[in-house]
Design a protein around this ligand. Structure first.
Ligand code: 5RP
Length: 295
């Protein structure tokens, strides 16, 4: 209890000034969420730009030690300072990430297949929500396989995750999966992103496609865009510019950052587009200057 000596009676209530309540929340579709959910989202989406550069390095959950991610302990600390949030498995977080890392944590929560299989669409919800709470996760990411054999199971995973997310105050990222046999058309992405949002996902992870602006318009929550297979740095930065200028709320990029020869500089260049409105050309110049500093 506070020491009462010198206690002053409260009298300065500024009665002529209307009481301020917090205004509209800046993350798309999140205004009616609970305060704690909004707080988690504010760890992922930068409150100044409203956007996020999420860095995905959860590939090992079905691919094993992918090129570039052979040693999480060596690569992740080079990139983590330049991004807003990390997307990974609980094994990677607990073994590799400093608990003092103060930015967003997005926990990959579905699993069940490996690259030894042809059909990767069959997953389960692999993380107990209480462990997500123990980890301090700001969101859990659950994959959906719309149009694939595993669709029903994946929708069950996403729906159960969302029910638990609301119960425990943790947002859900609905991850739209693409597979060898799956369409990559705007028709598919409009369908899949909208299903995720209607099920209650708070963020949707999807891909660049034709008419991406229409995919964004039809999805009432923020879309973050995966990078996909490794491109030249200039092409990857063009992809970021293209989707951001069509309304993406950010990127969730993996290989195009961790497989770059200069991952820190690449992460920083992506952030210039995501947060500072750099064009692709400006970001490419920034990247080139960063990797070849003037002598
Ligand atoms: C797979 C994922 C991965 O995290 C994501 O696709 C990785 O990012 P990138 O494609 O940019 O390497 O969610 O479902």
């Amino acid at each position: 209890m506070a020491d009462m000596s010198g206690f002053k009676v409260a009298k300065d209530f500024h009665v002529s000034e209307p009481v301020q309540t917090s205004g509209e929340f800046y993350v798309k579709g999140a205004n009616n969420l609970d305060w704690g959910m909004k707080r988690h989202l504010s760890h992922i989406f930068n409150p100044k730009s409203g956007h996020t550069e999420m860095f995905a390095f959860d590939h090992g959950y079905f691919m094993g030690p992918t090129s570039g991610l052979e040693r999480l302990d060596l690569i992740i600390p080079k990139i983590a300072p330049y991004v807003d949030s990390l997307m990974a498995t609980r094994g990677a977080f607990r073994s590799t990430i400093d608990p003092a890392y103060g930015k967003g944590l997005v926990l990959r929560a579905s699993a069940g297949s490996s690259m030894l299989q042809d059909d990767l669409s069959k997953e389960v919800l692999a993380v107990d929500i209480k462990d997500a709470v123990r980890l301090g996760a700001d969101a859990i990411a659950i994959q959906s396989f719309i149009g694939a054999d595993g669709q029903l199971q994946s929708i069950d995973n996403v729906s159960r995750g969302i029910n638990l997310g609301y119960e425990y105050g943790i947002p859900v990222v609905g991850v739209v999966a693409v597979g060898k046999k799956m369409e990559r058309t705007d028709r598919f992405f409009k369908l899949a992103t909208r299903i995720m949002a209607e099920l209650g996902a708070n963020i949707v992870k999807s891909y660049d496609c034709e008419n991406f602006d229409e995919v964004v318009a039809g999805c009432p929550v923020p879309i973050v865009v995966a990078g996909g297979k490794k491109l030249r740095e200039s092409e990857a930065l063009e992809l970021v510019d293209r989707v951001m200028s069509q309304g993406a709320a950010g990127v969730d990029m993996g290989r195009n950052i961790f497989q770059s020869l200069h991952p820190s500089e690449m992460a920083e260049a992506v952030g210039k587009i995501v947060h500072e409105g750099f064009s692709a050309k400006e970001a490419i110049e920034f990247y080139e200057d960063a990797i070849h500093p003037a002598k």
